[in-house]
Ligand binder design. Structure first.
Ligand code: SF4
Length: 436
């Protein structure tokens, strides 16, 4: 293994303060146990779906259990399932990482030459789902840097969606007339290498300070057209319960705000965060919706099932915003497995996002045709509810633009000519087009 220098470790280290009030200091047990042998291939090969048994309360993923026993032998199940422990013990340096997984040469190179905007950060739970030996495993590719991250291709930008130009208050984006996006903090327990907000996420510049949030509330109060407030980040659920309760209460006191939405990846990377106490807080503020962020069936563990069940049982409608990622989920088979898991988790596959052209994203971006092929492979072949809307977020701030395979092939003698999911042609007598 390459010796990792202290200066590069510092560059990679997540320096952003954790917004969790209760765990500002690392506990003494935060250093993972160093081992000399790797576990024997406990995870799926690339493209192969790990199938977990039907969800049962109290049953945890066997890979997660064996990972805990191997690397954290003194950590009890109770501590492991404490989200604060998971956040305090997230893996943040290459030297920590290489005690647990076999880094490939490109990964080592990327970690050694990292100049990065986005820090390294992975919860022990999520790392337990990562293959220790296979650099191409989908979840591993999503959280461990590779050299392509350092390459800027034409058309890529740090802020491709132009959010900074549509920000009337620090950390707020007002793009659409009737809704605003409010970033509560820039902190995430696990950083996704394809993050659209990698220019700010993990940098410690956006925090849930009372003065900033009060300015945001004042803006919402004074814009009566805002009926929908989306809380995002970073991950808004990384904020402690009391602060989150205060924020939600403030928003709910604004009469013209009809719905509140929370965008979070917590059920996938830190399902332990979904506690009875958190759910009790959230359910006070209905109508409250949640947009989750699953990218692959390997994330749909019993722990994730349990977290989603708790949210659903609290009456919170759940949707998943999945990003289409090359080599991670860009096949009909992989996406079908994901949407089927989501349906069983009571999470509606909501959006399939074309990966934004952020700086260093060439290895994640697929051609648009790939997204259309996936939608074609889902529509008609599975439940309509399981088919997400495929969207491109228009560079420069144009908003989400839906893309659909072309099922209309033309008009003939007043009939609309249509192709069904099996590519068979049908005619629909469309009166409105009789003059064509
Ligand atoms: S959880 Fe969301 S905000 Fe955080 S790194 Fe991943 S994509 Fe970015």
């Amino acid at each position: 293994m390459t010796e990792v220098t202290a200066s590069f470790q510092n560059r990679l280290r997540d320096t952003s303060p954790s917004p969790i009030e209760e765990c500002e200091e690392e506990p003494p047990s935060s250093s993972p146990v160093t081992i000399t042998q790797y576990p024997a291939a406990p995870l799926a090969k690339p493209g192969k779906i790990v199938r977990f048994p039907t969800h049962k309360t109290g049953v945890s993923n066997p890979f997660v259990r064996s990972f805990r026993k191997r690397f954290y032998p003194s950590v009890t199940a109770k501590l492991w399932n404490d989200w604060r422990w998971q956040v305090s013990n997230r893996i943040r340096t290459a030297s920590q990482l290489e005690t647990m997984i076999q880094l490939s040469e490109p990964e080592q190179w990327a970690l050694n030459n990292y100049d990065g905007k986005l820090p390294l950060g992975i919860t022990p739970y999520y790392l337990s789902l990562v293959s220790p030996t296979d650099p191409e495993q989908p979840l591993r590719r999503s959280v461990i840097p590779t050299p392509e991250e350092l390459i800027k291709m034409p058309g890529e930008a740090d802020d491709p969606l132009g959010e900074d130009c549509q920000s009337p208050v620090p950390g707020m984006v007002h793009r659409y007339p009737d809704r605003v996006l409010l970033l509560l903090s820039d902190f995430c327990s696990t950083f996704c290498r394809y993050c659209t907000r990698s220019r700010v996420v993990g940098h410690g510049g956006i925090n849930p300070s009372r003065s900033r949030l009060e300015a945001a509330m004042e803006y919402i109060r004074s814009h009566r057209e805002i009926r929908d407030v989306l809380l995002s980040g970073g991950d808004p659920l990384m904020i402690g319960d009391d602060r989150l309760d205060w924020i939600l209460a403030q928003i709910r006191q604004i009469p013209h705000v009809e719905i509140v939405r929370i965008g979070t990846k917590v059920p996938a990377v830190l399902p332990q965060r979904i506690t009875p106490q958190l759910v009790k807080i959230l359910k006070k503020y209905h109508p409250l919706w949640m947009s989750l962020h699953f990218i692959h069936a390997d994330e749909c563990t019993p722990e994730a099932y349990r977290a989603c069940a708790m949210l659903s049982d609290a009456g919170i409608p759940l949707g998943s915003q999945s990003v289409l990622l090359k080599g991670i989920n860009d096949s009909v088979e992989t996406m079908t497995a994901l949407v089927h898991h989501l349906m069983k988790m009571r999470v509606r596959p909501y959006y399939l996002y074309q990966c934004d052209p952020i700086t260093g994203s060439i290895h994640f971006r697929t051609p648009i045709e790939k997204g259309l092929e996936i939608i074609r492979g889902l529509r008609g072949f599975t439940s309509g509810y399981a088919v997400p809307t495929y969207v491109v977020d228009a560079p420069g701030g144009g908003g989400k633009i839906p893309l659909m395979p072309d099922y209309v092939t033309g008009y003939e003698n007043g009939d609309l000519l249509l192709k069904n999911y099996e590519n068979k042609l049908f005619r629909y007598p469309d009166g409105s087009c009789s003059t064509r």
